[in-house]
Write a protein that binds this ligand. Structure first.
Ligand code: OAD
Length: 235
């Protein structure tokens, strides 16, 4: 039997979607073993070679559109629905599998691939097709200004004030499927500890910050997440 926790913040990373067929970044055969991060995930890389960057995200958008949520996404949606207290899910993932599973209170801190951002008028538009350097903005009509609505290295992740506010009030912080190597997300565990929250990591292998967590549970997300959610809901 677990203690009851009222305010829960969940941080998810690429490991959560690995069993939906989407590659992680830093594992063997991960995205960053095949592509140069500096060339495809920075504003400088985009300025140097916009076509290559658009092609990279166009290919990833196709995979994301076809992917289906797995048992771990579904278990987290069930937790949000059944838990009597607050649950905020913060994802670093640019796929849309949390919402496909039914999670409603969700922050995409690194953006989402099913949206395009116009660099002329700052409008966001739902997007399922390719984006090219000549794609006009459906809002302002300007060409050559559309980009994937994802956060690149060197850019500020989205909704950080909302995330830190939730962390300051949480009494359980759960980190799932992330290597803990990218800040600011990697620092959330420390914010949660400052709020005296219990901190739990569910991951295939120890993350970089594994020693900071009160409890660590190892295994594939589709196994350990549903089990952990059932434990929480029976507390
Ligand atoms: P990483 O690829 O860095 O880490 C994925 C983690 O998931 C690793 O610790 C794996 O052990 C774990 N993992 C793999 N398969 C798993 C499974 N089936 N079940 C549970 N865990 C599993 O991915 P992230 O931590 O999400 O940012 O990467 C963080 C950010 O770095 C991304 O959002 C992206 C990337 O560069 C940007 O592009 C801005």
């Amino acid at each position: 039997m677990l203690d009851y926790y009222n305010n829960i913040v969940i941080l998810t990373g690429a490991g959560l979607s690995a069993e939906s067929g989407l590659s992680t970044f830093r594992d063997k055969d991960g995205v960053w073993t095949r592509h140069d991060l500096a060339e495809v995930a920075t504003p400088e890389g985009f300025a140097r070679n916009p076509d290559m960057v658009q092609d990279f995200y166009n290919a990833r958008r196709k995979q994301v559109v076809e992917a289906k949520p797995n048992a771990a996404h579904k278990a987290l949606a069930r937790l949000e629905k059944k838990h009597p207290g607050e649950v905020l899910t913060v994802t670093q993932n640019v796929d849309v599998l949390h919402e496909a599973a039914g999670t409603a209170k969700l922050i995409h801190m690194h953006g989402q691939l099913d949206q395009a951002l116009c660099t002329h008028c700052d409008a966001r538009h739902g997007w399922s097709d390719d984006i090219t350097t000549a794609t006009p903005c459906p809002g302002c009509g300007e060409c050559a200004g559309m980009r994937p609505d994802v956060v690149w290295f060197g850019e500020m992740p989205y909704q950080m004030d909302d995330i830190y506010e939730a962390l300051s009030r949480c009494d359980l912080f759960i980190s799932i499927g992330t290597s803990g190597s990218v800040y600011p997300a990697a620092g959330f565990v420390m914010e949660a500890k400052r709020a005296r929250a219990r901190t739990v990591e569910l991951n295939l292998e120890p993350s970089e910050g594994a020693s900071l967590f009160t409890e660590s549970i190892r295994g594939p997300a589709t196994e350990v997440v549903p089990q952990y959610v059932e434990r929480l809901l029976s507390a």
